[in-house]
Design a protein around this ligand. Structure first.
Ligand SMILES: C[S@@+](CC[C@H](N)C(=O)[O-])C[C@H]1O[C@@H](n2cnc3c(N)ncnc32)[C@H](O)[C@@H]1O
Length: 361
């Protein structure tokens, strides 16, 4: 909420699954270009009461879609629902797609094609118990796709989630930041981009560019704005036990253009010493099946707790994980736990403030 307000959004409020705001195209372009934590920005086209699929079809048919995009553009319809009485969301999706196409055919004698993988225009419908809304997606590909990721890596964090974790940690640009289980480097890249004032969307295109209302002059003006101060020097450190993960981190850092700001090395987190007397550590350890057996976990976390007690006094250490047993196993008292969702998976960020001799009973 704070982030989009700082980008010019007005009347921002929390709603199911996101934040609603109003504002002109300038705010819309700016939020798309600069939001580090949003997944997509949807433009609400209509709201309607409904009880069945026919009502949804009629509501979609009532919109003059030809005003919004040219018939040559390909489309895709997505429906999400909360407590909707409809039996099949697939059928609702089909009915909305038919309504959009019918509107074009009636006006122009032609209809837009459907492209499920890389559509030009995405129509979203959100159905609640008795009312629904139709949206045009001004982002296109989700905003966490920044355009620098070179491969899949092992369970990489989504870029917007990594950025959110860095923000929640309260890291200040002049503090040392370490990710000792850095995988493909997502956390470090997001931190570097933030501190250097890089627009997360600078290297990608957006859905709004395909709409009839697109104003390229305004878009160029928004792209030229500089919004954040650039940190002059940065102390960013990353390590991982797996040389392949480091290779992918190096590639990603280079693609994102931030490799000169991050020092990488191959190390076991249990043997890694602190790179500075104080700082912020953020780690996203493997969890669930990937970590191996419950026994392995039970062995690993107490060792991690000991390593931090010994070597990281003065540091604020954050662990992002879906493993709720972690605080017990690590034998450190978390000073804060923040619930977060990683897709459908409920996760937590645990903060441990390490002071000499810190341990729990
Ligand atoms: C869930 S992945 C991290 C993904 C990363 N946050 C990203 O976005 O790409 C966990 C990482 O921990 C690393 N790892 C596992 N055990 C480790 C250890 N003992 N020391 C250092 N790294 C370790 C794995 O190699 C893997 O890259």
């Amino acid at each position: 909420m704070k982030e989009i307000q700082s980008l010019g959004a007005r009347e921002a409020s929390s709603v199911a699954g996101g934040v609603a705001f109003s504002g002109g195209w300038e705010a819309c372009y700016r939020v798309n270009l600069w939001s580090r934590i949003a997944s997509r920005v949807l433009w609400r086209i209509s709201e309607f009461p409904y009880a069945n699929e026919n009502d949804v079809h009629a509501a979609a048919k009532a919109v003059d879609w030809t005003r919004y995009f040219p018939v040559e553009k390909t489309i895709r319809v997505n429906v999400t629902a909360q407590k909707s009485p409809l039996k099949s969301l697939e059928f609702a999706t089909l009915r909305i797609k038919d309504a959009v196409c019918d509107r074009f055919r009636e006006a122009l004698g032609r209809r837009p094609d459907v492209d499920r993988t890389a559509p030009d225009v995405r129509v979203h419908a959100f159905l609640e118990e008795r009312k629904g809304a139709l949206y045009l997606d001004t982002s296109g590909e989700p905003l966490f796709k920044r355009g620098w990721r070179t491969g899949q890596g092992e369970a990489p964090l989504r870029e917007n989630l990594a950025a959110g974790i860095v923000m929640l940690s309260g890291w200040k640009f002049d503090e040392p930041l370490l990710d000792p289980m850095c995988g493909g480097g997502t956390i470090l890249i997001e931190a570097a981009a933030m501190a250097r004032g890089r627009a997360p969307g600078a290297r990608r295109s957006f859905g709004f560019e395909k709409l009839k209302v697109f104003d390229s002059g305004l878009w160029n003006t928004v792209k030229e704005e500089r919004r954040e101060s650039e940190a002059k020097s940065l102390q960013l450190f990353g390590s991982d036990i797996d040389p392949e993960a480091l290779k992918s981190a190096r590639r990603n850092l280079a693609e994102a253009g931030v490799e000169r700001w991050v020092q990488l090395e191959q190390r076991d987190v249990l043997e890694r010493e602190a790179p500075a007397p104080a700082g912020v550590l953020i780690a996203n350890p493997p969890y669930g099946e990937r970590m191996g057996s419950a026994d392995e976990l039970a062995r690993f976390y107490p060792l991690l707790g000991n390593a931090w007690k010994k070597g990281f006094a003065g540091w604020r250490c954050f662990l992002f994980t879906a493993d709720m047993r972690l605080p017990k196993l690590i034998r450190l008292q978390p000073s804060r736990r923040t619930p977060l969702w990683n897709g459908a998976l409920e996760c937590r960020i645990y903060e441990f403030r390490i002071v000499s001799g810190s341990h729990r009973g």
